[in-house]
Design a binder for this molecule. Structure first.
Ligand code: MG
Length: 380
């Protein structure tokens, strides 16, 4: 059973942000469907490599995944009849909910790729690297929190420090080819990325001033639902400090993480087993009591993908969100490629690094540009 996010404005909601077609249009700025499919094609080798290295893999199943997904891409690219494309893409997507078909797009291709992996028995082939990255990031958390605590509250400097931390965390992403090559597996340091590696403002989507005004002048939010992205530095050094900052203001925080593994995204179970106990052990004066009394908690979102359609969520997260007054969608998949223009009846924040050149072009920015999209709840 899946339900829609309660404060989502569902009229006209289309989770996909960008148009996927081969005609040059205003909405695709010349990034055609063929280019999008090439992006998926280029990233397949990394997925095949992870599958090959997966425990118990014999290599044959990894090749079978790669060739079956290549077939899906080829059919989608051929401009075959729409019903043939739908059959190929949806046919690869095991367990897909019954969402209406709107043509091939980012969400459908992510679902097909995960489906093709699962069909060959690859349920969680980033499991080992996720665990290692969580562990490594946790050793740096105390220093990251200490550096945030040095920043001034009143002028927004502290909020900026936390937001820059979200960007620095989100850049470390084994699920995005460019980031994996640059920053993957210990290639670069979080602190220096936060200090020197974030593009100067204005960012390609830059509502930071509006966020700051709401943060400094408005009443604290009662409850935030935070849809999170990757394991490792992203969740531990980017999003946990943001959650802590909200808690410090008196906001309850519910972290919504995938129910089912997809790429290197953190799952709700991994948060419960690998992250939350370590936060308790840290003994932080804000995080520890909040975990103990439930002001900070984790809920499975119902999602099994790196992108998210907010009409198909778990009962648990929908129940939690009934009294939320802030929703945060973090990461390129959940906050840019899907949902960037999603409207809510509560305050919403979409925050992410741009890690594909195609997305940068679509937003009129550069690779490793930043997105802070903040919208206040419409006046009632
Ligand atoms: Mg991700």
């Amino acid at each position: 059973m899946t339900r829609a996010f309660p404060s989502l404005v569902v009229d006209d909601y289309d989770p996909s942000t960008f148009a996927w077609d081969d005609e040059r249009t205003e909405r695709n700025r010349g990034i055609t469907k063929t280019q999008w499919l090439s992006l998926f094609e280029r990233s397949t080798a990394e997925f095949e490599r992870r599958a090959r290295e997966d425990e118990g893999s014999d290599g044959v199943r990894a090749s079978a995944f790669a060739s079956s997904f290549a077939t899906v891409i080829a059919i989608a690219r051929e401009d075959a009849r729409e019903d043939e494309v739908r059959k190929a893409v949806r046919g690869a997507a095991h367990g897909a909910y019954d969402a209406p078909w709107r043509g091939v797009n980012c969400l459908e291709m992510c679902r097909a790729r995960d489906g093709a992996l699962r069909a060959r028995g690859f349920y969680d082939c980033f499991s080992k690297v996720k665990r290692e990255e969580n562990r490594a990031a946790l050793t740096k958390l105390r220093d990251v929190l200490a550096s945030i605590d040095l920043a001034e509250d009143a002028n927004g400097e502290r909020l900026m420090s936390v937001i820059r931390g979200c960007f620095a965390g989100n850049i470390f992403d084994l699920g995005a080819a460019a980031s994996a090559a640059l920053f993957g597996e210990g290639g670069c340091d979080f602190a220096s990325t936060k200090e020197k590696g974030i593009k100067a403002r204005p960012w390609c989507v830059d509502d930071f001033d509006a966020l700051k005004a709401r943060w400094l002048c408005g009443a604290p939010h009662k409850k935030a639902i935070m849809f999170v992205d990757n394991s490792g530095a992203d969740i531990v050094l980017g999003m946990i400090p943001l959650a802590r900052e909200l808690l410090r203001r008196g906001t309850h925080v519910v972290i919504a993480a995938n129910s089912v593994p997809s790429i290197n995204d953190i799952t709700a179970i991994e948060l419960e087993e690998q992250i939350i106990p370590a936060l308790v052990d840290l003994g932080d004066v804000i995080l520890s009591p909040a975990i103990a009394d439930g002001r900070l908690r984790v809920v499975a979102s119902g999602s099994d993908m790196p992108v998210i359609d907010l009409r198909y969520l778990s009962d648990e997260i929908v129940d939690e969100a009934q009294d939320a007054d802030l929703v945060i969608l973090e990461g390129m998949g959940r906050g840019i490629e899907t949902n960037l223009y999603a409207k809510f009846s509560i305050d919403s924040l979409k925050i992410a690094m741009v890690k594909h050149q195609e997305v940068a072009t679509l937003l009129g920015g550069e690779l490793y540009d930043c997105v802070v999209k903040f919208d206040c709840a419409p006046e009632r």
